[in-house]
Design a protein around this ligand. Structure first.
Ligand code: HEC
Ligand code: HEC
Ligand code: HEC
Ligand code: HEC
Ligand code: HEC
Ligand code: HEC
Ligand code: HEC
Ligand code: HEC
Ligand code: HEC
Ligand code: HEC
Ligand code: HEC
Ligand code: HEC
Length: 309
């Protein structure tokens, strides 16, 4: 009687054990059923764990070359790292082994830096000798851009990496010289602001930054220059009277744009003789001290002596 109960108990224990093991097996391996059949006698935990390689007989296995772990195999244990690279890795979506040439050799007493990959192997001194502590800014090697440190931290380095802008802002003094880099480039590294964030009602109709930058280089906004396509209406916003004169005149200057005569540099005023080399006899001009406007009035509302208008 006692013996029968013992036997039944043993069977139950075996069935339960086998159930657990196969459940684990289906979770961990994608082996075809044939492999299960092979191990379906009385499974030893050790053999079940290595079911995937057990499709070969034991001695034959040792004839196989050992392939390096693939990225997906690393991911089976390091899933968080894998998911991180997948979501935030950017151009670091490389195979694990491209960076981690040696793994699992880290032991207490060994230096961590000697085990993990060195940025310099692939990048050298990416930003020159001033920025060698890569992880101080790229906090996570598996997400090097997404993990960039905050702007307050970067601010110290703006000028070193963007020397040209720093020099420009300092050389051409303007109100923008007083504005810090990250007051304009706020929120995140690389962000470029709209002029209108600070200049709510600019003197020119705003379409986008390009509208303003044709005249105001943003890091030296007082170095105003403009293209020859600039419409009179842009100048008229500030030079209303002059523009009005030009528009209501019937003389030939009205067929020209402001910037045809006032080329390139704001404030440039041409001589009449730049375009009209010798309109009159030298004797006549000398008598009037070369003063064209005495007879012709101002250039935006020309007078032709002897003509109406
Ligand atoms: C069987 C599971 C397993 C697999 C497969 C595995 N690792 Fe690990 N790995 C671990 C464990 C456990 C540790 C030590 C604990 C920890 O840091 O999470 C570790 C630690 C590490 C470390 C820390 C530093 C070191 O070398 O000790 C790195 C780097 C690493 N693994 C990379 C990899 C890469 C790359 C692969 C694939 C080529 C890989 N691992 C495959 C389990 C695994
Ligand atoms: C671009 C190079 C690069 C790639 C690709 C890369 N790693 Fe790393 N990984 C590093 C560096 C560098 C460190 C050391 C960071 C430190 O010093 O704190 C590191 C650290 C680790 C660590 C230990 C610290 C941690 O974050 O847990 C593990 C584990 C790890 N990597 C696993 C992987 C796995 C798995 C893959 C592929 C899925 C992978 N790495 C891909 C460069 C890389
Ligand atoms: C095994 C070589 C390797 C190592 C080691 C490595 N990188 Fe890279 N890294 C690359 C490659 C390849 C790219 C992509 C380059 C490209 O396409 O221009 C890249 C790109 C980057 C980028 C730009 C990423 C993007 O999405 O635009 C940053 C930032 C970067 N690496 C930082 C680091 C830092 C910091 C380390 C050390 C923690 C490091 N890398 C280690 C190979 C490496
Ligand atoms: C002071 C902070 C800082 C340090 C330190 C730093 N980086 Fe960067 N790195 C940046 C910033 C900011 C960018 C630009 C990111 C972007 O494109 O928005 C960048 C971009 C990169 C890129 C992308 C390629 C490019 O030029 O556009 C690589 C690669 C890179 N860093 C590698 C490194 C390496 C390697 C080190 C260490 C030798 C390092 N960085 C140290 C801040 C830093
Ligand atoms: C360690 C070097 C480094 C530091 C520090 C750094 N940058 Fe950059 N920055 C870069 C790199 C690399 C790029 C991307 C490549 C490029 O376009 O020049 C970039 C891109 C930019 C861009 C976009 C450029 C474009 O043409 O789209 C702006 C704007 C910028 N940085 C502003 C800043 C400001 C403001 C700071 C300080 C808060 C700063 N950066 C700090 C390296 C740096
Ligand atoms: C008054 C606001 C303002 C200030 C201050 C400012 N920037 Fe800019 N910056 C801009 C704008 C707007 C752009 C985009 C211009 C465009 O659309 O072409 C820009 C563009 C850039 C670029 C991209 C390349 C270029 O020149 O177009 C870099 C790099 C840059 N700034 C760095 C800096 C640095 C470094 C500082 C501090 C020394 C700084 N900026 C100060 C507004 C500013
Ligand atoms: C983060 C705020 C900010 C942004 C963005 C900004 N500016 Fe300014 N700007 C200022 C301040 C502050 C002044 C000085 C007060 C004023 O004139 O409103 C100024 C003054 C100027 C001046 C007069 C310069 C002087 O020294 O008298 C010009 C021109 C100018 N900005 C053009 C631009 C243009 C063009 C853009 C876009 C490309 C721009 N600004 C974007 C803050 C900004
Ligand atoms: C055709 C050239 C031109 C364009 C386009 C232009 N500006 Fe100007 N801007 C000027 C001139 C010229 C001045 C006057 C400079 C002086 O006072 O010496 C000026 C002055 C300014 C000033 C100084 C304050 C003021 O109003 O007198 C600001 C701010 C300004 N501009 C912002 C802008 C913004 C923002 C845009 C884009 C919507 C823009 N500008 C487009 C030529 C231009
Ligand atoms: C935002 C207002 C503004 C705009 C837009 C503007 N100007 Fe001016 N301009 C001024 C101011 C203010 C002065 C006088 C300050 C000075 O002497 O620099 C001036 C001076 C001048 C002068 C020199 C006058 C002298 O007596 O020397 C000329 C020429 C001129 N502007 C032409 C233009 C032309 C052409 C445009 C269009 C491309 C233009 N301006 C757009 C504000 C503006
Ligand atoms: C045909 C050439 C020509 C055209 C077109 C022209 N100008 Fe002029 N402008 C001149 C000359 C020449 C002077 C210098 C007059 C003098 O010496 O008294 C001048 C003087 C000025 C002055 C300074 C003196 C004053 O009258 O206030 C301003 C401002 C000016 N122009 C703005 C403009 C604007 C704005 C436009 C377009 C609406 C314009 N100009 C179109 C040739 C031109
Ligand atoms: C940037 C060149 C330029 C400048 C500077 C210039 N003009 Fe002219 N001017 C012209 C052009 C172009 C015409 C038209 C010629 C034609 O169609 O035959 C013209 C025509 C004239 C005419 C004849 C007008 C008519 O309706 O028949 C007079 C008079 C004249 N200019 C006087 C002046 C005086 C005075 C100045 C200086 C205050 C001046 N110009 C400066 C380009 C210029
Ligand atoms: C003493 C008065 C006087 C002075 C000073 C004077 N002009 Fe004239 N200008 C005239 C008269 C009168 C005409 C002829 C009008 C006509 O065609 O009937 C004329 C005609 C012109 C014409 C038109 C020629 C044509 O063939 O259509 C131009 C251009 C001109 N002047 C430019 C100038 C310039 C430039 C200056 C200064 C260097 C100047 N003038 C000085 C009186 C003057």
């Amino acid at each position: 009687m006692k013996n029968r109960w013992q036997k039944l108990l043993m069977v139950l224990v075996l069935v339960f054990f086998y159930g657990c093991v196969t459940a684990q097996e289906t979770r961990k391996s994608s082996e075809p059923p044939a492999v299960k059949a092979k191990t379906s006698q009385v499974p030893q935990p050790a053999t079940v764990k290595h079911a995937s390689v057990n499709s070969l007989d034991a001695p034959a296995v040792y004839q196989q070359p050992v392939a390096p772990l693939t990225t997906l195999q690393c991911a089976q244990c390091h899933e968080p790292v894998f998911n991180n690279i997948k979501a935030n890795g950017g151009k670091h979506q490389l195979h694990c082994r491209e960076c981690h040439e040696t793994i699992h050799t880290y032991r207490p007493g060994k230096k961590w830096q000697d085990v993990v990959p060195q940025c310099a192997t692939c990048h050298g001194e990416a930003h020159g000798p001033s920025f060698l502590a890569c992880l101080a800014c790229h906090a996570d090697p598996h997400a090097p851009i997404a993990s960039l440190v905050n702007l307050a931290e970067l601010e110290k380095g703006c000028a070193t990496c963007h020397d040209a802008q720093k020099v420009e802002v300092a050389k051409f003094l303007s109100a923008h010289t007083e504005v810090s880099c990250s007051e304009c480039h706020h929120t995140k590294h690389g962000y470029k602001p709209d002029c209108r964030e600070c200049h709510e009602e600019p003197h020119t109709a705003y379409v986008d930054n390009a509208t303003c930058i044709v005249c105001h280089p943003v890091h030296s906004p007082k170095q105003i220059s403009y293209p020859e396509t600039t419409a009179n209406v842009v100048c008229a916003g500030c030079h209303g009277v002059v523009a009005q004169h030009l528009e209501s005149s019937h003389r030939k200057h009205s067929q020209q744009t402001c910037v045809f005569c006032h080329v390139d540099q704001h404030g440039y005023v041409p001589d009449c003789t730049k375009c009209h080399a010798q309109p009159h006899s030298a004797a006549m001009l000398k008598r009037f001290d070369n003063n064209c406007t005495e007879c012709h009035g101002e250039p935006h509302a020309l007078i032709l002596p002897g003509h109406k208008d």
